[in-house]
Design a protein around this ligand. Sequence first.
Ligand SMILES: [Zn+2]
Length: 406
Amino acid sequence: MPRQFYSCHFIPALMFILIPLVLFAQTDYRILHRSAIVADGHNDTVGRRLDENLDISKRLADGNIDLPRLKEGGLDLPFFGAWIDPKYMTSGTGKDKDQSAERVHAMIDAVEKLAAANPNDVGFAKSTGEAERLIAGGKIAIAMGIEGGHAIENSLAELERFAQRGIRYMTLTWNNSLDWATSGKDEAERQDLKFRGLTKFGKQVVRKMNDLGVMVDISHVGVQTFWDAIRTTRKPVIASHSCAYALCAHFRNLRDDQIKAVAKNRGVILVNFYAGFIDSTYDRKRAKSEPLLEKLRKQATDPDGTFNQVKFGQLVQEQGGNEIKSLRPPLSLLIDHIEYIAKLVGPEYVGLGSDFDGVSALPQEMDDVSQLPLITKSLQERGWSDEAITKILGGNFLRVWKANER
Ligand SMILES: [Zn+2]
């Protein structure tokens, strides 16, 4: 009785198979990654690579970022951070004049030059509207931030000039404390600080950044500076490249109460990929390899005393052998930090802040920007929805940038 079989048995059996398939079907991670706007809060490419006159429009043998690998990794909106070596502040360069601001302008010039030379591939995005237009046109939208408030040379007028030229965030301090703000490193390691947190002028800087649409970046700052900034800002803040202190107790990482405060402020924490910030055992394991690393560090230091991080990374890869390779934490530890923050305060307040081209060790499988889709894959495997993943990949960061434009 074939008819009866079809009506009584076959259709329910078919539904039994199809309904779970439809309910639990996941978008292929590669498609999800491609369709999302993927943003990254921080890399050091402009200082480490463009500054050396390297042409990143072609694939480079070393480093973590160039245009071909940016495309492969589906990174639509990388923020190039202008990190200013504190040596430019004073006599470190043998010159009397502070050259910090000059350095930022040179790095902005370098990004403008890159965009002008590769108009079909990239653009320099100074607003979220511009970024979205570039991305819709299949291009990479490069945006810029400054790492280290010493860049403004204690001048609000200089901050204004940076904003006019397209700077869209500023990390209040790098590892060095300023006349108006103390750093995470100093607050953790020094007892002799004359003050902690933001001075009156420091608070003025934060308010001026709010006025100018320059996002306040609290990565690198001291705990006291963090709370002063959170209480002063009228707009959502970012942590452009920081992880969770609960998983790795490093002064560069954020404690639970800080993560909750950023979420309350409707800001975003962009998770750093550096091995030493995600793996609490990394520094101890690395100490054992210190003699070899010291040798390579010397080789990677230019005659003028400048340490070349990219060269160091390359030497580590070439000469480090299995000893150094085995130090790299598994990719799952990086995902743990993203997931920790997402579970603590919700997936609306976390994103990516790779620190590519600025760190000596990345997690396994994450050799460079081309491997970013593995993060999407891992988050899917842990059961996060397409909607949550899309927010983590870039939606959250764009939301914060937009909120700062108003
Ligand atoms: Zn940094």
